[in-house]
Design a protein around this ligand. Structure first.
Ligand code: PGA
Ligand code: ZN
Length: 429
């Protein structure tokens, strides 16, 4: 496939910070455009997000150097024949650094995904179908196969940590509907979200129903149990009792004191990894929790390994694990990086991959991360970032890979875009 035009501009993300949009046009006129997301509770091992660091522009966060880097690649990329893999390898080699700090992972990812979208158009395939064929090496020309699998949705409806102004240190309290089609699951999420809003309004007043970065509510509570009680009540009120499980993302790197080796999981409550494991086990014994993401800090392998050897049993059937132990999801731990994933597999640190394409910086490496995790029998969850745009690519990626997806609450336009893409894919037209 030959690229005949490549462009990049600076746009804004959902937190009013600059990010990149990259546009690609192929020889036959097929077009692809991608708007790059950005995290807040980023893992220290993530690929490098290149920002200008000039305090006179957007508080140092402008991305004009990354834009320039894309434009400067025109000379090398235009009119050359590429596949997804050869393009991504070329970008990695041209950058040449360990973590893509020369060109910027944001610049590289923009080109990588814009190219994939243009290729989907070239083959007249929906993006999810194109991605499925690339991931599973299925013949592009055979247009007949259409095998959409149902996917699970992780909906973050109470926000804490770095995504909110409240005192909840655990970052995300998510609901995961277990029954029905994706369309029915989205309906459940929406109905529970509304019940939760009215419960928070009743308990804490109208002023407390403002939302955090991922669209979940951010009431002024500080204890995990308060958040979980609100969710259980909302699920009950919406008549989904027994049909919805709960997932947490601790993002524990953000409340870890590495010198003291203590986790401040709630204000004033500082625990070592063994006590924190017991804290999680208590929650799992009381609430229908089936999954915990980043329960320990990204390099606290001792904590992860200990927890994996002492996993609590869920009080409900776990849709992701037959033996009813919770699943442990690696986000900051794995950073979608194949070498971190194989290290975690060797050491038995977790049992599920959170897949964020901008943590690694190319689509090919993301697909490699997926296939490693999938091949090892891990659960996989394609994920948004807390800083997003209205780009809906990750919905296609999740459907294409038949993977779970984590896209926040069904509120805030940049999250709704992903929900609506799923509704478009799964609705009969
Ligand atoms: P981030 O958070 O996008 O701010 O890194 C999302 C997550 O931790 O899953
Ligand atoms: Zn996370």
């Amino acid at each position: 496939m030959k690229i005949i035009n490549l462009n990049a501009i600076q746009i804004l993300d959902s937190r009013a910070n600059p990010t990149l949009q990259v546009d690609v046009i192929l020889e036959d006129g097929s077009k692809g455009s991608f708007q790059v997301p950005s995290g807040a509770s980023t893992g220290i091992h993530e690929a490098h997000e290149l920002r200008d660091e000039n305090m006179n522009f957007y508080h140092g966060k402008s991305v004009m150097r990354a834009v320039e880097n894309v434009l400067n690649l025109r000379e090398k990329l235009l009119n050359q024949d590429f596949t997804q893999e050869s393009l991504d390898s070329f970008l990695i080699a041209t950058d040449g650094s360990q973590n893509k700090e020369i060109l910027g992972a944001n610049a590289i990812l923009g080109i990588s995904v814009a190219f994939a979208k243009a290729c989907a158009m070239h083959f007249s395939l929906p993006i999810y179908e194109y991605l499925r064929r690339v991931a599973f090496k299925i013949n592009m020309e055979n247009k007949k196969v259409r095998n959409l699998e149902d996917i699970h949705l992780f909906a973050n409806i109470i926000n804490g940590g770095l995504h909110s102004g409240n005192k909840l240190n655990i970052q995300e309290f998510m609901i995961v509907p277990t029954n029905g089609s994706p369309i029915e699951k989205i309906r459940a999420i929406s109905e529970i979200y509304h019940e939760l809003k009215s419960i928070i309004e009743e308990k804490y007043g109208k002023n407390d129903t403002a939302v955090g970065d991922e669209g979940g509510f951010a009431p002024s509570i500080s204890k995990a149990e308060e958040a979980l009680n609100l969710i259980v009540e909302a699920v009950k009120k919406a008549n989904y009792e027994g049909l919805v499980t709960i997932a947490l993302d601790s993002a524990a790197s953000d409340f870890y004191d590495a010198d003291l080796k203590l986790y401040e999981v709630e204000p004033g409550l500082k625990l070592d990894y063994k006590k924190l494991s017991a804290y999680y086990s208590d929650l799992v014994a009381k609430y229908p929790i089936v999954s915990i993401e980043d329960p320990f800090a990204e390099d606290d392998f001792e904590g992860f390994a200990y927890f994996m050897n002492n996993l609590p049993t869920t009080i409900v059937q776990n849709p992701f694990n037959k033996d009813s132990k919770i699943i442990v999801v690696g986000d900051d731990l794995l950073v979608t990086n194949p070498s971190r994933i194989s290290m975690a597999m060797e050491k038995n640190l977790c049992s599920s991959l959170l897949l964020k394409i901008n943590q690694i910086g190319t689509l090919s490496e993301s697909l490699k991360a997926f296939s490693m995790a999938n091949g090892a029998g891990w659960h996989t969850i394609v994920s948004h970032r807390s800083g997003e745009t209205s780009d809906d690519f990750i919905s296609d990626l999740a459907v294409g890979l038949s993977s779970s997806i984590k896209i926040g609450a069904p509120a805030r336009g940049e999250r709704v875009a992903k929900y609506n893409k799923l509704l478009n894919i799964y609705s009969k037209k």
